[in-house]
Design a protein around this ligand. Structure first.
Ligand code: NAP
Length: 260
């Protein structure tokens, strides 16, 4: 029996088979979970439906998390298909490309700051608000994806740093809010992985090389490393863990200076 046998999990943020959410979905499927997916727009819908089918899922629902109406419709449709929800995975982030180049202030304006925080941080609270009713009977687990750029400065990560800091604080407040309902809320802070979103960050390749050389394990992590940790955190084995940011980064976060 798998760690997630009998559990139903909604996975957001699959854009391709390189997405971290895809690694999470694969691990959860292997551990016995039944899965539903979201996609942002019709352009990507067909691709996500094909990927969903590979994991035996026919449930792929359009949802742009910057639209409240989409989030309402998502949970109505999910509630029609499933009586209960056991897990919710939020793997969504966005900032305008100009804000992810140069120094922090270079491409920053009020709109870039708003969009980054709306799509990357508020959307987790919005999905939690829509999804927790479906977890009311049996409790559940919610999980989001963050990065060390919330606490330390990385070149070109810029406005995503404050957005991820907001997301991590949101994890703690949601954990307190939903704990009495038996719902756990956690985050994984992943090391750098080459994905579509990451390719929007200027100089990302150099960041990957640096992380590989500096991390205690002397390698970069994969979407499977993150997926395995996600499956654990959403399983009953992690029943005592909530409000936690778990690093899956080959140990990079403990390093003060890389080998000299
Ligand atoms: P990805 O494959 O590009 O996934 C990002 C997802 O966010 C895409 O599915 C994208 O959909 C979705 N998205 C963006 N705006 C949206 C909106 N308004 N509504 C709905 N969905 C929206 O990249 P990823 O690296 O796997 O990112 C997943 C998460 O991991 C993000 O939170 C990211 O910050 C985090 N993370 C990534 C790394 C890394 O190095 N890759 C490290 C740590 C944490 P579209 O493609 O349709 O826009």
């Amino acid at each position: 029996m798998g760690l997630l046998s009998g559990k139903r999990v909604l996975v957001t943020g699959v854009a391709s088979n390189r997405s971290i959410a895809w690694g999470v979905a694969r691990a959860m499927h292997r551990e016995g979970a039944e899965l539903a997916f979201t996609y942002q727009n019709e352009r990507l819908g067909e691709r996500v439906k094909k990927l969903a089918a590979e994991l035996g899922s026919t449930l792929a629902i359009g949802c742009d998390v910057s639209a409240d109406g989409d989030i309402d419709r998502l949970f109505h449709r999910l509630g029609d298909a499933w009586p209960d929800l056991d897990g919710l995975v939020h793997a969504i982030a966005f900032a305008p490309r100009e804000a992810l180049e140069g120094s922090f202030l270079t491409g920053l304006d009020r709109e870039a700051f708003r969009v980054a925080h709306d799509v990357s941080a508020y959307s987790f609270a919005a999905l939690a608000g829509g999804g927790h009713e479906l977890m009311r009977r049996n409790g559940g687990a919610m999980l989001t994806l963050t990065y060390l750029g919330s606490q330390r400065v990385f070149p070109s990560y810029n406005v995503m740093g404050p957005a991820k800091a907001s997301l991590e604080a949101t994890v703690r407040y949601l954990a307190e809010n939903l704990g009495p309902e038996g719902i756990r809320v956690n985050a994984i802070s992943a090391g750098p992985i080459r994905t579509l979103a990451a390719s929007g960050i200027s100089g990302f390749r150099k960041l990957l090389d640096h992380a590989q050389q500096a991390a205690p394990l002397r390698r970069n992590v994969t979407i499977d490393d993150v997926g395995n940790a996600a499956a654990f955190l959403c399983s009953d084995l992690a029943g005592g863990i909530t409000g936690e940011i778990t690093c899956v980064d080959a140990g990079y976060h403990v390093i003060g200076a890389p080998p000299l």
